[in-house]
Design a protein around this ligand. Structure first.
Ligand code: NCD
Length: 385
């Protein structure tokens, strides 16, 4: 293979992906969404548990692993639900899930509401040495909020989803992590103030990490202004330009540990509904690498080394994956990208089953060309195999 002019890096891992199988295959499935991962340069993804049935026991974990082994185009690391049915009432079968290969626990899809339940989930998760990944959404404050609460939501006549609906839970979770000693990971952080709380927790020496998505870094609520485009409806919502700027500063200075996409495929008919009825979520696997290279590396804000830290090393460390230290003689997962490849994001080109990207029509520089997973080539010259 001729890699002249290309970069060869440790395989990228996306620690926040909705694969939709089992249960929501009309949106996407393990085969289609891991193909999207390979096309985007990823060698592994952590799958979220808001499947149907919910990934809250070993059988579902085993199902995901077996479909991934048979049809997947990358490694799949299942995250288990913290509570039964993601309802926030009863702790899920964590031990059973760990035995079957769950790598972490999360309330993603719907935040745990009660502080007592957070404490119990952290205590149990800790027993199994797993990170508590928190979705951070206070239902009392968020209610039926559709987009960031502020001038844009008022102008458009849409119910607001206030920053405080996220920040309150970040504060709560950091406080309870300090009480329990649990490893806490804040998912899809979207506000400047939330990031300041994470910074303060890190400064205290607490094992608190966070991830930011490309859409919270490179899009703002203004994308929805005048368009009512449901592709931009996402949880947590796109925030202000000041928030995005603060998140980018955090990515550069190390306060944000990882970049994760929260890839959330939905079917065309669902996203064609009126704004209030369309589901939250946008895809991200196929655009993340190009967005980061274009907006952060090519602009001189950070190095390729920092990019590898954010997209390959930190996700493995936070999830405790064994590939962090590779034993001599084992086969590495690798990503090859062309940092100068210019391309335009087009839905015709997506390997994902879904088309709900927030970046359609955007011109990017930098794209994965080849991916190797455990010695097998999963992307060859940009074509999934
Ligand atoms: C998630 C999904 O579609 O599964 N959507 C999203 O906007 N992040 C669920 C959720 O977190 O609301």
């Amino acid at each position: 293979i001729d890699l002249t002019g290309k970069y060869l890096v440790p395989g990228l891992v996306d620690m926040h992906v909705h694969l939709r199988e089992p249960g929501f295959e009309a949106k996407g499935d393990i085969e289609s969404e891991t193909a999207a991962a390979a096309k985007g340069g990823f060698t592994g993804v952590c799958s979220m548990p808001n499947t149907n049935p919910v990934t809250d026991n070993g059988v579902v974990v085993e199902y995901i692993k077996s479909v991934a082994a048979a049809k997947g185009h990358c490694r799949v690391y299942p995250a288990g639900a913290m509570t039964k049915g993601l309802k926030g009432e009863i702790i899920a079968e964590m031990g059973d899930m760990v035995e079957h290969g769950a790598v972490a626990f999360t309330d993603d899809g719907r935040g745990i509401q009660g502080a007592g339940m957070v404490r119990r989930a952290m205590d149990y998760g800790q027993m199994f040495g797993k990170t508590f990944m928190s979705h951070c959404q206070d239902d009392d404050l968020v209610g039926d909020g559709q987009i960031n609460e502020g001038a844009v939501s008022t102008r458009l006549g849409l119910l607001g989803w206030p920053a405080e609906g996220e920040e309150l839970q970040i504060a709560r979770d950091i406080t309870i992590a300090e009480l329990t000693g649990a490893k806490l990971h804040i998912q899809h952080i979207s506000t400047a103030k939330g990031l300041d709380m994470v910074r303060a927790a890190k400064a205290k020496g607490l094992p608190v990490t966070c991830e930011a998505t490309p859409h919270h870094l490179f899009l703002t609520e203004d994308a929805i202004d005048g368009t009512y485009n449901t592709c931009f409806k996402v949880n947590p919502p796109l925030r202000t330009a000041a928030d995005a700027e603060a998140l980018i500063a955090g990515v550069v200075d190390g306060s944000v540990d990882a970049i994760a996409t929260d890839h959330a495929p939905h079917s065309d008919w669902e996203k064609s509904r009126e704004f209030e009825l369309a589901p939250f979520g946008m895809t991200g696997l196929e655009t993340a690498l190009g967005l980061v290279i274009t907006n952060l590396v090519k602009t001189g804000k950070m190095s390729f080394g920092r990019m590898v830290e954010l997209m390959a090393i930190a996700p493995r460390k936070i999830l405790g994956l064994d590939q962090v230290t590779i034993a001599e003689g084992s086969v590495a997962d690798l990503t090859v990208f062309d940092a100068d490849a210019a391309w335009t994001v087009s839905e015709d080109d997506f390997a994902s089953h879904a088309k709900n990207s927030g970046f359609k029509g955007v011109e990017l520089t930098g794209r994965a060309t080849d991916v190797f997973v455990g010695g097998k080539r999963t992307l060859a010259n940009g074509v999934v195999c």
